[in-house]
Design a binder for this molecule. Structure first.
Ligand code: FCB
Length: 421
């Protein structure tokens, strides 16, 4: 049995700075330009030291495709060297690299985005290159981060590129393309990594965003809840069965069937399933922070974490890697309890049989939060964007202590909302 993975998670565009060749770089001008972000490129060694100082043994990052291939077929040697240093730096510190292939961005030259078949072809070639270059040092691969959010935010809410609103037809096509991209990436990695690297087997999964939906007073029949659940589980289900549930139809995606070495899962909140929640979730309606919510107004509910882990196990029967969980809390007022209660929920889910193999906290550092800009502070380490100075928040100690206790610690009884208020 391999060791439980304790880690932190990041993504390229949110931390590196100056990803000038991807679609977000132009799109984000309508909100906040990402600029230098937290200059992870310039602070690589120190930031990996900071990750290791927490006592973690894993580090999740995304390899920004446009940084290594800024123009079709053209490699950027500096970009490639950066990821080589990153992977070597992880390994030198005992951090298992968890490499995400697609985390919300695409090279600008991928015209038509995920709706274009040419993008899928190019992605497959890119993954083959990654397999050859990095498959000897990286074991864990997340193919696509939150395909459900990408499709919804890009084609329903319009807050991600390409910025379409209320186009369920296009959101469906995007989701289908992303699931196909995952299936193809899975097969390429499983074929090419062993071929180039002496039989080594990669571990490949995908990471949707999963909410614990509650029946709302506004919809006592729970119709909206079923919509929410469908939105959340469709991707993982499709990667098991090869059938993808979309808005009005079900698509056959045979290339995705049986492609989960693990189920990735990003969990942040429980929500009442109703129209206002959907609009807030889509970033179209703002909820002011209040008691029991974080700085973004997201309700905190560790019990929902236990529920979704147990549900993932029930549906999929594969190992589960928590690829993200965290909270926006500049003052670090809620995060210490958030961490303790979510890790307790994870331990309970394991005690109930869910094969949870790792927990990656979002995030190591404060970073660029997409259309929300630099306001939300998700970091265990605070970043002063004027000076790029990093300061550990008190939660660093909390996380370190939880890791030292180990995941096998006897699970506690369920927490109440009051316990974290
Ligand atoms: C997730 C995204 C991640 C980050 C966190 C806060 O939905 O995957 O990039 O923005 O939310």
């Amino acid at each position: 049995m391999s060791e439980f993975l304790w880690g932190t998670a990041t993504s390229a565009h949110q931390v590196e700075g100056h990803n000038v060749h991807n679609d977000w770089w132009t799109f984000e001008r309508r909100f906040t330009p990402s600029g230098a972000a937290c200059d992870f490129v310039g602070h690589l060694e120190g930031d990996l030291d900071r990750a290791a100082a927490l006592g973690t043994n894993a580090f999740r990052f995304s390899l920004e495709w446009s940084r290594v291939e800024p123009r079709p077929g053209e490699r950027d040697p500096d970009g490639v060297a950066f990821y080589e240093r990153l992977v070597a730096g992880c390994r030198a510190r005992g951090l298992a690299p968890v490499l995400t292939l697609s985390h919300f961005t695409l090279p600008r030259w991928c015209e038509g985005g995920w709706l274009s078949p040419a993008t899928l072809e190019a992605f497959e070639r890119h993954v083959a290159w990654v397999a050859e270059r990095f498959g000897g040092e990286v074991e864990w691969f997340v193919t696509v981060n939150e395909p459900n959010v990408m499709a919804g935010a890009g084609y329903l809410a319009g807050v991600f590129p390409p910025g379409h609103r209320f186009r369920p037809d296009l959101a469906d096509r995007c989701l289908e393309a992303l699931v196909r991209a995952h299936g193809r990436a899975y097969r390429v990695l499983h074929q090419d990594v062993p071929r180039h690297h002496g039989g080594r087997r990669p571990r490949v999964g995908i990471a949707p965003h999963v909410v614990a939906w509650r029946v709302s007073r506004l919809d006592p029949l729970g119709i909206t809840r079923r919509i929410g659940e469908r939105f959340d589980w469709a991707v993982l289900d499709a990667c098991k069965t090869g059938r993808l549930a979309l808005t009005w139809r079900t698509a056959d995606v045979p290339e995705a069937a049986g492609t989960l070495d693990f189920a990735g899962l990003n969990y942040y909140m429980a929500l009442p399933a109703d129209a206002p929640s959907f609009l807030r979730f889509a970033g179209l309606l703002h909820r002011p922070p209040g008691p029991g919510t974080n700085d973004l107004g997201w309700p905190i509910e560790p019990a929902g974490f236990e529920e979704v882990l147990v549900e993932a196990h029930r549906r999929l029967q594969v190992p589960i890697l928590v690829t993200e969980n965290g909270t926006a809390d500049a003052a670090d007022r809620l995060r210490p309890a958030f961490l303790r209660e979510h890790v307790a929920a994870l331990r309970r889910a394991r005690a109930r049989g869910a094969d949870v193999v790792g927990y990656l906290h979002w995030s190591l550092l404060d970073n660029f939060e997409w259309h929300e800009g630099y306001g939300p502070r998700f970091g265990l380490y605070a970043v002063d964007y004027a000076t790029q100075a990093r300061t550990p928040r008190p939660s660093c100690e909390v996380y370190r202590a939880l890791i030292a206790e180990g995941v096998e610690l006897a699970p506690t009884t369920p927490v109440t909302k009051e316990a974290i208020a």
